[in-house]
Design a protein around this ligand. Structure first.
Ligand SMILES: Cc1cc2nc3c(=O)[nH]c(=O)nc-3n(C[C@H](O)[C@H](O)[C@H](O)COP(=O)(O)O)c2cc1C
Length: 308
């Protein structure tokens, strides 16, 4: 996923060994966040219905295998100065975005390529399930790419059903200079729309691009049971964390967006409300505006070198 050129694998192995050592050395008892307990009966009612039945420990998904064939040779280019450890330590959510700042097409395509699941690349090699989430992309400012609505089909088997469910006015024009399953749906300035869909948060409209992660929840739950609904959020979270780190590797920042109007997203696409397709998580990538009122310490700055 990330790294400093040819050394990235060595850095990754070393880094993860340190993380594992840190985890196994933890001791003590975590504080309770609150002494009070809020009882939500609905959650207790839902839990038995979404219990995961026994499944094979590692069933690598056919999607990833298909993508592995086409994308496994993809080697991302990074500047020599950025290492995985540094990026993970620096990861912070942007609270405001610099309006008008964009991203290069190369960086944009690299992020998307890495977001496509392959069986041999982190983080999706650690996700032994079918990948179901497609990306709806609100492209605001990607150098050399017209602003508009695009989609990255991460689950190639879902293409026909997704297209059939969407507005008939969409172009579905494959993006010419890109090897990915990336399609242009319509060309327009969607900054206000993207912001409005994400609870009127400016970070979704002032960014270089923002994302809605959409999956066919009915298909997945019919095939794998109700517990797979939860799994879709694991997948969306993996994509989000990948985008967080890839944004940093491009000199930008990201923010996960959990506040959005799902019905309005579905309406924009022409999808039926309470239908098969569901928007699960939003994300935005752009140039963060520094807030000088905040003091930022380095990650784990309270620990000495030997402790971290
Ligand atoms: C699932 C999820 C949903 C989030 N939703 C929002 C959001 O709607 N708006 C926002 O400004 N930040 C959102 N954030 C960012 C959080 O505010 C941020 O992660 C948190 O304050 C911790 O800061 P950090 O990411 O810099 O460590 C979200 C983060 C996650 C992981």
């Amino acid at each position: 996923m990330l790294g400093a050129g040819a050394n990235s694998q060595a850095i990754d192995a070393c880094f993860w060994q340190r993380v594992l050592a840190g985890i196994s050395a933890w001791q003590g008892e975590a504080n309770l966040i609150s002494q009070e307990h809020a009882y939500w009966p609905q959650i207790a009612n839902v839990l038995p219905a979404i219990e995961k039945k026994n499944t094979l420990a590692s069933v690598f998904n056919s999607q990833a295998d298909k993508n592995t064939n086409t994308l496994s040779n993809y080697v991302p280019e990074y500047s020599e100065s950025c290492s995985t450890v540094e990026l993970i330590s620096k990861r912070r959510s942007a609270q405001r975005m610099e309006l008008g700042e964009g991203i290069s097409k190369g960086d944009f395509y690299r992020m998307l390529a890495l977001a496509v699941p392959t069986g041999n690349r982190v983080p999706f090699d650690a996700f032994p399930y079918s990948c179901a989430v497609n990306l709806l992309l609100f492209v605001h400012k990607v150098e050399g790419l017209p602003a508009g609505l695009y989609t990255l089909i991460r689950n190639v088997d879902s293409f026909d059903a997704f297209k059939e469910a969407c507005n008939k006015t969409f172009f579905w024009q494959p993006v010419q200079d890109c090897d990915l399953p990336l399609y242009c749906l319509e060309l327009s300035d969607l900054r206000k729309t993207a912001s409005a869909l994400s609870c009127y948060q400016a970070i979704a409209g002032h960014s270089a691009f923002s994302v809605a992660m959409i999956a066919n929840i009915q298909t997945i739950m019919t095939e794998d049971g109700a517990w797979a609904y939860r799994r879709l959020f694991w997948e969306a979270g993996l994509i989000g964390q990948l985008l967080y780190l890839e944004a940093l590797a491009s000199g930008l920042s990201g923010t996960g967006i959990g506040c959005y109007f799902d019905d309005a997203v579905h309406k924009l696409l022409g999808l039926a409300n309470e239908g098969d397709w569901q928007s699960l998580y939003h994300f935005t990538v752009g140039k963060a505006r520094e807030d000088n009122r905040l003091t930022t310490y380095g990650a784990y700055s309270h620990l000495s070198e030997t402790e971290c």
